[in-house]
Write a protein that binds this ligand. Structure first.
Ligand SMILES: C[S@@+](CC[C@H](N)C(=O)[O-])C[C@H]1O[C@@H](n2cnc3c(N)ncnc32)[C@H](O)[C@@H]1O
Length: 420
């Protein structure tokens, strides 16, 4: 197919990862930035046995769902893939994708309508900015090329103000590699972490400029060759369902400020039938779900492998709560003779490793509550538990990542209800 003359393809749907999906003589062609309903002139860029990737040469007939992307670098920046599509189509596409990935597990009525992000702009509280050749921005998709950015429509307003401060000062700062921005949902605090060998005078100036321009309390961390300097706070208190939770520069925290409470509420609600017995929570982070669960009276054993997050998790919980500062693989070896009514897990995109998958099945809890940002790895992990008699009885997609092809889902696999 590759090298053939351009072909005319109609985009039928959207695929996981965000690509438009069309067909050429029956073969699936994934087309970045293709929108369902588009008729496109496409050139093949990668050809495989069962599928190919293509690049848009010309939009012959635009889909009625195309909108003007509110970002001048859309199409080059790797951050968003769907800013050129109306939001209702994005939601529809995500529901379909979840259904497609998890179809073979779904019990009748299990799939819930997707929860939208409202609003769906300025939702993002965390970003890793890249710096190269005097430019600051995000990486281009699948490349280490920096796409210079003056404003990002999905980041909070104080992060955008910080971006401008950093942009104007870059030329004065020596050896800056990457910069992490992490804002509190209400923009009261902004944590900034950067690698730089700049002298402290210039760092102080930057710190004061960030405070003035962002109108937030600022915690600035500078890392250079194993040395760490801090100006301002090292952590900040976030809120989940009204409960305070401390998070720091390196802690994972749910990125969508408008939906994180809803996500925690779904987890809590779905966990409720099993909270009489002991609960095991794997990949707990700083306690987004653990804190509300413990406040609800649950007896939780929480496992987190990233040491700074595990330390904050301990601080966020009452002293009697059981926190294991270990990888899930190691913790599960130690826990193999214990009994749990419910296992909650929220692994990274890669899902569980085979020993974790196996150990969860061997623990044989009444239910497994799986929070995932990747339905494909979730499906792979669930297949093993399905063989052990678990059925997917509840599946809730949430649009934690608007304008991207990513989806968050909460799934419950139950062996039998708490009533028996
Ligand atoms: C997707 S985050 C979820 C965190 C938390 N549930 C939340 O919503 O804030 C995954 C967490 O798992 C931790 N993690 C990743 N791999 C791990 C492993 N093998 N063992 C233990 N923790 C791990 C990461 O440090 C991170 O905090």
């Amino acid at each position: 197919m590759r090298g053939e003359r351009p072909m005319r393809i109609e985009i039928e749907s959207l695929a996981l990862g965000g690509y438009g999906l069309g067909r050429w003589e029956g073969k699936v062609v994934f087309v970045p930035y293709g929108v369902p309903g588009d008729v496109l002139e496409v050139e093949i860029t990668e050809d495989h046995r069962d599928y190919a990737f293509g690049r848009i040469l010309k939009i012959e007939e635009p889909s009625p769902h195309r909108v003007s992307p509110p970002c001048p670098v859309f199409g080059r920046c790797g951050g968003c893939q769907w800013l050129h599509m109306d939001y209702s189509l994005q939601l529809e596409a995500k529901e379909l994708l979840v259904k497609r990935e998890l179809r073979k597990f779904l019990e009748k009525d299990a799939l819930q309508p997707i929860v939208p992000s409202d609003p769906h702009m300025e939702y993002r509280t965390r970003a890793k900015l890249r710096v190269a050749k005097g430019q600051i921005g995000f990486y281009q998709e699948k490349s280490h090329q920096v796409v210079a950015l003056g404003h990002c429509p999905v980041m909070t307003s104080n992060m955008n103000k910080a971006l401008l401060v950093l942009y104007h000062r870059l030329k004065d700062l020596r050896r800056v590699g990457e910069i992490d921005l992490f804002s509190r949902g209400d923009e009261e605090t902004l944590l900034v972490s950067m690698k730089s060998r700049e002298r402290l005078g210039a760092i102080h100036d930057l710190f004061h400029a960030l405070k003035k321009e962002t109108e937030s309390r600022v915690g600035l961390r500078v890392l250079w060759k194993g040395k760490v300097s801090h100006l301002g706070p090292k952590t900040m208190e976030e809120k989940i369902l009204g409960h305070g939770i401390l998070v720091g520069h390196d802690t994972f925290f749910q990125n969508n400020r408008f939906l994180r409470d809803k996500l925690a509420a779904v987890v809590l609600e779905q966990a409720k039938p099993w909270l009489e017995g002991p609960v095991l929570e794997l990949y707990a982070g700083a306690g987004t779900f653990t804190v509300p669960l413990v406040k609800e009276g649950a007896r939780v054993t929480a496992v987190e492998g990233h040491i700074p997050s595990a330390r904050l998790l301990k601080e966020n919980l009452p002293p009697e709560a059981e926190v294991m500062e270990a990888s899930c693989e190691k913790a599960l070896e130690k826990l193999k003779d214990r009994s749990f009514s419910l296992v909650i897990l929220d692994p990274p995109r890669t899902g569980c490793t085979p020993p974790v998958r196996q150990a969860i099945g061997d623990l044989s809890p009444q239910a497994i509550l799986y929070v995932s940002c990747n339905p494909a790895t979730m499906a792979r992990d669930m297949a093993q538990w399905k063989e052990k008699g678990y059925r997917l009885t509840f599946l809730q997609p949430l649009d934690m990542f608007p304008h991207t092809g990513h989806i968050e889902v909460v799934g419950v696999m139950a062996k039998e209800g708490p009533e028996g």
